[in-house]
Design a protein around this ligand. Structure first.
Ligand code: HEC
Ligand code: HEC
Ligand code: HEC
Ligand code: HEC
Length: 149
């Protein structure tokens, strides 16, 4: 138990450090991205809302030359990789390789340890900040109303 607590504190410190440094946190542990189509299999309602949102178009909205610029990719893709274009589910919910099977998803004891991010709402400011040249401020409540699912 004590060990788990130490790990949690270490993880939390890493997150705080990322927020302070304005960087996007790397996937926790060995967890990797599975892509939005995999989530769609069981979350069609969320998928439809997402597909109609600006996040789904974030990569397509970049011009050809910008689509290979790592700076732009850091916020306009998932995991800073054009292999996962746009701000997909896992950009906020965490890389899904270990949590997106039915048994794990249904088990709220293990789903967090498998990489599902408990604090999806805290990820917004990783990208909605003054490093974006179009930034005009960010208000969670109004922004969340636009993408609520
Ligand atoms: C095999 C089916 C399946 C797949 C694939 C799947 N999920 Fe789920 N997910 C579920 C089920 C079942 C639940 C629990 C019941 C519910 O809330 O719908 C759930 C719950 C969730 C929750 C809510 C957790 C909470 O605390 O309320 C989130 C967030 C989530 N899934 C995200 C994802 C993401 C992101 C992906 C893709 C990486 C994904 N899921 C893939 C079946 C799935
Ligand atoms: C921009 C960030 C973001 C993206 C992208 C995103 N979500 Fe969410 N999602 C959230 C937040 C914030 C919540 C509210 C609950 C929370 O804070 O964890 C949430 C809630 C959920 C829930 C729980 C809904 C409920 O009724 O309890 C599910 C399931 C879910 N998301 C699945 C998905 C799936 C599937 C995708 C992709 C198709 C997706 N999300 C894309 C941020 C996001
Ligand atoms: C991985 C980076 C990233 C994360 C995390 C993220 N966003 Fe975004 N968001 C973007 C980008 C990039 C755009 C612009 C997409 C476009 O128009 O091409 C955007 C656009 C939006 C828009 C459309 C209006 C506007 O400002 O252009 C809303 C609303 C929004 N995001 C809400 C949220 C909320 C709420 C969260 C957290 C739950 C969140 N975002 C998390 C990158 C992100
Ligand atoms: C720190 C994260 C971040 C970086 C880095 C970033 N963007 Fe964005 N971008 C956003 C967000 C968030 C939005 C949504 C509007 C806002 O809040 O700034 C956005 C919006 C946009 C839009 C839509 C503008 C509109 O009219 O709504 C374009 C185009 C764009 N960015 C291009 C780029 C290009 C090109 C780069 C690389 C040179 C880049 N962005 C780098 C986060 C980022």
């Amino acid at each position: 138990m004590k060990h788990t607590l130490v790990v949690r504190v270490a993880q939390l410190s890493a997150v705080i450090l990322c927020v302070l440094l304005n960087t996007v946190p790397a996937p926790a542990g060995d967890h990797t991205y599975v892509g939005v189509e995999a989530c769609k299999l069981c979350h069609e309602k969320q998928y439809d809302i997402w597909k109609a949102s600006a996040h789904a178009k974030a990569y397509a909205d970049l011009k050809a030359g910008e689509q290979t610029n790592p700076r732009c990719l850091s916020c306009h893709t998932t995991g800073a990789s054009a292999a996962f274009p746009g701000v997909q589910c896992e950009a906020c919910h965490g890389p899904g390789s270990a949590y997106s099977d039915m048994d794990t998803m249904k088990n709220f004891r293990t789903v967090w340890d498998a990489g599902l991010n408990r604090h999806a709402a805290a990820t917004c400011v990783n990208c909605h900040n003054e490093r974006s040249s179009t930034f005009r401020g960010f208000d969670f409540k109004t922004s969340w109303m636009e993408i609520m699912h």
